[in-house]
Design a protein around this ligand. Structure first.
Ligand SMILES: Cc1ncc(COP(=O)(O)O)c(C=O)c1O
Length: 498
């Protein structure tokens, strides 16, 4: 049976949900309701629907607009008229993750009763939301071993990346005009760098090795006395490679600092920014141990709500930035605007859970990734694993040679996968990340990213493997290229006309 705790999953911390599922829904370790059998589930949902309507009529006379059961059965339905089990399997965890129901539980009071503006200093409504927001900030700081004062809330990693790169570059522009990043960064880092080039800054885009990691010698050679900031992501969103963050931090503190002294005593070393959108809550991060000065984070990548993120900005030694948003001076003057308390609380709870459950999640995800790789690669020939085998396992990128990735995706309608990052998947260009690893256009076009998350199940992985094997074999049977390869023809030697 294909049923994930996600799609059946509801929060057990809400008694009304538990009641609605009844005794057949045991609570599992994480506070979720384990999936009952499919027919049993169908019966429960149907019964609830009928009950919901009756209860709804009763509720109307009581001035309650919708019964709780009705809300529940809607939530369980997913899309209109569709049972949850008929929804596609979600294997796109780098694009986004579902909000953990425990996170949503923590957020709800701040949408209803505790709605005060956390910056209101004159009354209890403000004090209680301020205290909740500070608690959330502390959970995030704890996850990365920072001081809560170093956590600045933003709308997400895109904003944090913009804020870090543009903010630092513009603040130090009278002395420094050089930025270093890699060719495989997220679009929002690359585009921020392009924007800074328009403003007169010089940017070095470092190449990566075939496993996706930057070469530290290349980085060392690229450093200049005028390098203001170096931005290297912690975990890549397309191939899962983990960059040597500690080594980079150390290089900037030593060799980078020595170079900076050439501009006079007191000139800061090149600041180290890392985009940790795909790393936060997935692998341990210690900003002090790694010598990180600025770090971008996004809540929805770690089972928190969308629309909120944060930027770690080191206080000692202090990193100075020109704010890109002006206003009331909130968030140490670096990001004006009223904090969205429910989102901050949700992000904080997601961070708390991630810290508590990181080892459990990692073991679960690693086991599923191994199962997926072993199963597919032992049954299908000419499949390549892209990136570093020691990278983050929840992001597995495979090339199915001699098959067009888009056709593969089309044939896999019941599985949500991506052939690249969500922001570039609308274009038919081959992934620039895979190209940077040295893949040719054909192989880059034949690649799929499998994003495995906290709620992915063994049954889902097995279903996906069987489906992939069947579809790849079918598409290859139809492919003249595959026939030529089978006949021993080296496609690179062919001169195509037209
Ligand atoms: C590595 C990386 N950086 C930045 C982002 C942008 O995050 P957000 O869209 O939440 O701002 C993403 C999202 O895909 C990402 O994967």
């Amino acid at each position: 049976m294909l049923a994930s705790s996600l799609r059946w999953g509801i929060s057990a911390t809400r008694p009304v949900y538990r009641q609605a599922l009844g005794a057949r829904a045991p609570v599992i370790r994480r506070g979720y309701v384990a999936p009952p059998s499919k027919p049993a589930m169908a019966k429960i949902v149907n019964a609830d629907r009928t009950k919901g309507r009756v209860a709804d009529d009763e509720a109307k006379s009581d001035m309650h607009p919708v019964s709780r059961e009705e809300i529940f059965s809607h939530a369980m339905e997913g899309q209109k008229g569709e049972r949850p089990a008929s929804r596609p399997i979600y294997l796109d965890a780098q694009s986004t993750t579902p909000t953990d129901p425990r996170v949503l539980d923590a957020m709800l009071p701040y949408y209803i009763n505790q709605f005060g503006n956390p910056h209101s200093r004159t009354h209890a409504y403000g004090w209680e939301t301020e205290s909740a927001a500070e608690q959330g900030r502390k959970h995030i700081a704890d996850l990365i071993h920072a001081d809560p004062k170093e956590v600045i809330f933003t709308s997400g990693a895109t904003e944090s990346n913009n804020m870090s790169l543009k903010g630092v570059a513009r603040f130090y522009k009278s002395k420094k005009n050089h930025i270093i990043t890699t060719q495989t960064e997220h679009k929002c880092v690359l585009d921020s760098c392009r924007a800074l080039q328009e403003e007169g800054f010089e940017v070095t885009y470092l190449p990566v090795q075939s496993n996706g990691q930057v070469n530290l010698d290349d980085l060392k050679a690229a450093l200049r006395p005028t390098t203001a900031i170096v931005s290297v992501m912690t975990v890549n969103n397309e191939i899962g490679v983990i960059q040597p963050i500690k080594e980079i931090g150390h290089l900037l503190k030593t060799y980078g600092a020595d170079l900076a002294k050439e501009l006079g005593r007191g000139t800061p070393k090149p600041f180290f920014h890392t985009d940790a959108a795909q790393a936060l809550g997935k692998i341990p991060i210690d900003v002090n141990e790694a010598g990180i000065d600025l770090m971008s984070m996004s809540s929805h990548k770690l089972y928190g709500p969308k629309g909120i993120g944060a930027c770690f900005v080191r206080r000692r030694p202090r990193v100075r930035l020109e704010a890109i948003i002006s206003g009331g001076g909130q968030e140490r003057g670096l990001r004006s605007g009223t904090l969205a308390t429910p989102l901050v609380v949700g992000f904080g709870e997601a961070a708390r859970l991630a810290k508590e459950e990181m080892a459990y999640d990692h073991a679960h995800i690693s086991a599923l990734a191994k199962r997926l790789r072993d199963n597919i690669m032992s049954r299908v020939e000419m499949v390549l694993l892209n990136g570093d085998p020691e990278g983050y396992p929840g992001c597995t990128n495979l090339t199915f040679q001699y098959i067009e990735g888009e056709s593969l995706l089309m044939a896999l309608k019941d599985i949500c996968l991506s052939s690249g990052s969500a922001c570039t998947s609308a274009s038919l260009e081959p992934s620039y990340v895979l190209r940077a690893l040295g893949l040719d256009d054909a192989n880059a076009h034949s690649s799929l990213r499998f994003g495995i998350g906290r709620f992915t199940t063994v049954e889902e992985i097995d279903f996906v493997c069987d489906k992939i094997v069947a579809v790849v074999n079918r598409l290859r049977e139809l492919s003249p290229l595959w026939e030529m390869v089978q006949d021993g023809i080296d496609l690179k030697t062919i001169e195509w006309s037209g």
